[in-house]
Design a protein around this ligand. Structure first.
Ligand code: SF4
Length: 470
């Protein structure tokens, strides 16, 4: 179910130097729609004026042909956004456009700053007024502050002040600027279409617009793209800061056809599934996936175990994030609106179900019950990551720790609650074995509680506020 799944906050896409930049950005945002479905926006420039359009809902519903025509310019940046309830409004949608002492600036942001509230309090104490509740506006205030705005190293100075996970796409009349935090929590890549450059949260969007992948924006890099070409500078020393890539991008968030942190997501997921088969083997008749993020892992489980792979669930691709929840007296359950069991596949079978995670457990419980009701003889649930036990402070919206399914539950408790014959989670070591960089280069904090940037240190009393704000 949508509202119980973990939520990524945003996706970024931008084009510099193509007459159809706005249309390409619209296509790019459609490919990134899985990273945020509540609002979307595009800002374009002819090198002088900025034109913007932002709306609530899905990219395809917001950007009509006439709106895209009105945005026609050679440079554009765009954003898709997810936000927590209460802050989902057009004011908080992005990109944001401001005029400050250096001229026009547009900003689009993906991630979460752990010191945003502290910085905001400091600005407010000195009289600044904020229009939104977003971290992006804090960054804009930093850039507009006189001690930074007039400094030749304005961006470097500002990036050194903000802490946490962030990918930024900035646009001035003459430049598009891509920035990634010093630990590289979220993915951000550079591509090329002819003489034009594109930047995207995920490479799957490059394929859609016919761009070739050039490279990732490096952690701690500020990449300026202008008519003079590319100019790269750093605001952190890569020899001193270890990367901390979000491993959950590989498990769940990113699309399987993207290249993330140097490798294809589908292949990582296949390895996760194969490892899961090694760690939690079971005698069964078929392997099925909970589509779509567990499809690749189920294939890996099947490859390694030799147990037949089949379709046990079918997802309705036309259900958006929001739909009318079934009322009492209607037998349909919310989960069924999105996902239906193929009874002919599972009836009388011993079924291994591969899924990517269990957050609150209620949706998983409903899925498992539907398998039983369809006649599955045995149900063995296999999860392609370790149990989620801790909150994420770096841009992913999980349940609170007390709401997390695995908190204070033994495997027996889980089995009983979910109504299955067995439950098996991948180990932390097993998960890290399936990715290509050294284990120390990945964030696993929501599984291990090992936070590279300590939330208490950085956020003090603002910790909870930060997690719940947009
Ligand atoms: Fe990703 Fe979990 Fe780390 Fe958040 S805490 S960045 S979801 S691995």
């Amino acid at each position: 179910m949508a509202h119980t799944d973990p939520k990524e906050k945003c996706g970024l896409f931008g084009v510099f130097g193509d007459p159809n930049a706005a249309l390409l950005t619209c296509y790019g945002l459609r490919a990134l729609q899985h990273r945020g479905q509540e609002s979307a926006g595009i800002v374009s420039t002819d090198g002088n004026e900025f034109i913007q359009y932002r709306g609530m809902g899905l990219v395809a519903d917001i950007f009509t042909e006439s709106i895209i025509d009105s945005l026609k310019n050679p440079t554009a940046i765009g954003h898709v956004r997810y936000s927590t309830t209460g802050s989902s409004n057009i004011v908080n949608s992005q990109p944001m456009v401001v005029d400050y002492s250096r001229g026009h600036m547009a900003i689009a942001h993906n991630g979460n700053l752990v010191n945003a509230n502290l910085l905001r309090s400091e600005f407010e104490a000195s009289g600044s007024i904020f229009r939104t509740t977003t971290d992006s506006e804090v960054i804009l205030h930093l850039m507009a502050a006189p001690e930074n705005a007039n400094h030749p190293d304005c961006l470097v100075r500002c990036m050194r002040k903000i802490r946490g996970a962030f990918c930024l796409l900035l646009m001035t009349p003459s430049e598009m600027i891509a920035i990634r935090d010093s630990r590289g929590y979220r993915p951000l890549s550079l591509g090329r279409i002819g003489d034009a450059y594109v930047v995207s949260s995920e490479t799957c969007a490059f394929d859609l617009v016919g761009a070739e992948y050039v490279r990732d924006i490096e952690p701690g890099e500020i990449l300026r793209i202008s008519n003079e070409g590319l100019r790269s500078e750093r605001f952190s020393d890569e020899k001193k800061v270890t990367p901390n890539h979000c491993i959950f991008e590989h498990i769940y968030f990113s699309r399987a056809d993207s290249r993330v942190f140097g490798e294809n997501v589908h292949l990582v997921r296949k390895r996760l599934g194969a490892r899961l088969a090694e760690e939690h083997p079971v005698d069964a008749d078929i392997v099925i996936a909970v589509p779509a993020s567990a499809n690749s892992a189920a294939l890996g489980y099947h490859d390694r175990s030799g147990i037949r792979l089949d379709f046990g669930f079918v997802r309705n691709p036309y259900v958006g994030r929001t739909f009318i929840s079934p009322k009492s007296g209607v037998r349909t359950e919310s989960v069924q609106i999105k996902l239906n069991v193929v009874g002919e596949t599972v009836r009388g079978q011993r079924v291994i179900v591969v899924d990517d995670s269990i957050v609150r457990g209620t949706t998983t419980k409903a899925k498992m019950r539907h398998l039983r009701e369809a006649g599955a003889r045995e149900v063995h649930l296999r999860i392609t990551c370790p149990p989620h036990l801790h909150p994420c402070y770096y841009g992913i919206d999980f349940a609170t720790p007390s709401e997390l399914f695995a908190t204070n539950r033994t495997l027996d408790d889980m089995r009983e609650f979910l109504g299955v014959d067995s439950v098996g989670y991948l180990s932390v070591e097993g998960m890290l074995h399936c990715v290509s960089q050294p284990p120390s280069h990945y964030c696993t904090a929501c599984f291990t509680g090992d936070y590279a940037i300590q939330p208490q240190e950085e956020m003090g009393k603002h910790t909870m506020e930060c997690r719940h704000k947009s």
